[in-house]
Design a protein around this ligand. Structure first.
Ligand SMILES: [Zn+2]
Length: 456
């Protein structure tokens, strides 16, 4: 009988094949037309976990099902709560994909498909690790509970509600959230902080109806002009947010964390060239790019629907214009307070002749975890062993609302990590999972189980 590590070594091709099956399911949670596909992905996961021998519960919600599974074979040992999501972002524009988004293809050591990195490939490493124990009849080092959602890319309300009402069922000694990535190829990372978010839209109403710009240009208010004026008074050209009180609760990272960031092999020129691809980086000049992405809050505009956008010309002064916006928050900004401050400020900016509506949804809290947590220390050693290179502490510019729920609602020390490389193109065409990282990720999960279980 082999060990779990030998088992995963000899099943690499099989794991890749199975992951491809899951990736063929276009489980786009935000598109109502994909509802059955999302359900099919949940069923795929449930079936797979049942095959391994786990107790599985597919929990219906008002939108997409949650998959909950238990592997409680280690009485008296700690319990790990594992998290991942089986839904994906839309794939468009499909013409920019080298191979179709739902036809998983391996080339140059990467597996290309929508969801390969975010998050099906990472979620799969959790499942593969458990399978390695079961199939080799190796006693479980820990108990594992899995909570897997299908709405991460489109709100995640169902899991948030479930976590709040099922604290007992989800009770665990540590949580492992696999929805992040390595710092750089070969350098595993643990995100100690995550930004929060508040988002929504600003709607500006000018005239009562669309007007002819020849007949009324010069007297009628233009809501796009108004929006442009408003936006430049929410954030200035140096990336400084102008909402009064916005920065009041922002806590700087502690000196230790900042010193750790200074040691990271971050090449600003390469980052600009290979990841951002613009002519310059923008943002607050007094902070480094890593500080700006991890420890500073932001305001962004995502799109401005409205008016005439068809081919040709239509000389109209639109009655209405909208801007979709969001703000990323850092510890210890409070989403509710930021929502009020932002709404009041934006409404006060309404140019003459316009009416401004601000609709912001609740959003997610920012979180930060101390590196001294035993679960974090165990993960750092496990990842370092698996990748043969010391795991670094970083933060995540994005928001995983479930992490705040695990920490604040369930009071579980939470390790946020993952195996996706910076070139994973999550949410973009040609999403890619580096297969070496995928297989090392499975090793890392096994080593994490051993360390948390006190076997290593
Ligand atoms: Zn994700």
């Amino acid at each position: 009988m082999s060990t779990p590590l030998e088992f995963i070594q000899s099943h690499r091709a099989q794991f890749e094949r199975e992951l491809c099956d899951l990736l063929r399911i276009p489980s786009v949670s935000t598109l109502p037309a994909r509802r059955d596909d999302v359900r099919a992905a949940a069923d795929w996961i449930a079936t797979h976990l049942r095959d391994i021998g786990l107790t599985v519960d597919v929990i219906p919600t008002t939108r997409h099902p949650l998959v909950y599974a238990e592997w409680l074979q280690a009485p008296g040992r700690p319990t790990v709560l594992g998290y991942g999501h089986y839904d994906v972002q839309p794939s468009d524009p499909d013409e920019l994909w080298t191979t179709p988004p739902y036809s998983p293809t391996i080339r140059n050591g990467g597996l290309y498909a929508r969801g390969a990195a975010d998050d099906k490939g990472q979620l799969f490493t959790l499942i593969a690790a458990i399978r390695a124990y079961v199939r080799t009849r190796t006693p479980a080092p820990v108990n594992v509970k899995l909570i897997i959602e299908g709405e991460e890319e489109s709100g995640g309300e169902s899991i948030a509600a479930y976590v709040r009402s099922h604290g007992d069922r989800l009770r665990a000694d540590a949580a492992l959230v696999l929805d992040f990535g390595v710092f750089a190829p070969g350098i595993p990372a643990i995100a100690l902080g995550l930004r929060g978010i508040v988002g929504g839209e600003i709607e500006v109403q000018g005239a009562a109806r669309d007007l002819h710009s020849g007949l009324y240009g010069g007297v009628a208010p233009n809501p796009f002009q108004a929006l442009a004026e408003i936006i430049t008074r929410i954030k200035d050209a140096d990336g400084h947010v102008l909402i009064p009180g916005f920065y009041d609760r922002v806590a700087p990272p502690d000196a230790l964390e900042r010193a750790a960031w200074d040691r990271l092999p971050f090449d600003e020129a390469a980052f600009l060239r290979e990841e951002v691809g613009s002519t310059a980086l923008t943002g607050e000049p007094d902070y480094t790019p890593l500080e700006r992405m991890w420890a500073r809050p932001t305001f962004e505009v995502h799109g401005m629907p409205g008016g005439f956008t068809g081919e040709g010309t239509k000389t109209v002064i639109p009655a209405r214009a909208t801007a979709k916006i969001s703000m990323r928050l850092v510890p210890h900004q409070d989403p509710g307070e930021i929502r009020s401050l932002a709404s009041a400020h934006i409404r006060s900016l309404a140019p003459r002749g316009t009416r401004v509506d601000v609709r912001l949804w609740h959003g997610a809290k920012p979180v930060v975890m101390p590196p001294t947590l035993p679960a974090v220390a165990a993960a750092q050693r496990a990842l370092s062993e698996a990748f043969g290179r010391e795991a670094v502490f970083t933060r995540m510019g994005g928001s995983v609302p479930i992490v705040a729920d695990f920490i604040e609602e369930l009071n579980i020390p939470t390790v946020v990590t993952g195996w996706a490389t910076p070139d994973a193109n999550a949410h973009s065409p040609n999403e890619r999972l580096d297969l070496e990282h995928f297989h090392k990720g499975i090793v890392a999960v096994i080593r994490f189980f051993e360390r948390i279980g006190g076997r290593a």
